[in-house]
Design a protein around this ligand. Sequence first.
Ligand code: GDP
Ligand code: MG
Length: 168
Amino acid sequence: DMEVAIKVVVVGNGAVGKSSMIQRYCKGIFTKDYKKTIGVDFLERQILVNDEDVRLMLWDTAGQEEFDAITKAYYRGAQACVLVFSTTDRDSFEAISSWWDKVEVEVGNIPIVLVQNKIDLLDETVIKNEEAEGLAKKLKLRFYRTSVKEDLNVNEVFKYLADKYLQR
Ligand code: GDP
Ligand code: MG
């Protein structure tokens, strides 16, 4: 069997939990002040999907998202994408459509999933459920609510993308 490797880009405003999600999924840990290790472009994890070995390479940004300066190299060859916003950050939710546009322009039609992270902070939410679900519907995306902190639904996000990629 040929091993399948999938480049996954994790996109969204700063501080929504992208680096934490990658670290959680690939290393099984959560820290309050994760800083991307200089020189490391991605972390990876191998999973089994329908008896096939799939290697997921999760690419992190070096925090340039604040400056809208994510380079073409980041998107190049991406085969799946996680679009992330935070439960406690209205701007991050409103930026999703433009992140989606950017992914479409850079890599075209690839499997994409919409993620509302920090669901452990639901008491402080600034986004109504209907709004988030409405956006997912409008963009025709599968929608997950996650807590990277409490390890809720993180595995499901990547399992879904791997499945979707293999079905193409
Ligand atoms: P990035 O800029 O999108 O890469 O975000 P980071 O991964 O650096 O996370 C920003 C902050 O949010 C950090 O302090 C994380 O510890 C925190 N964080 C990430 N995920 C969660 C979560 O699910 N719940 C809570 N409460 N905090 C989180
Ligand atoms: Mg980061």
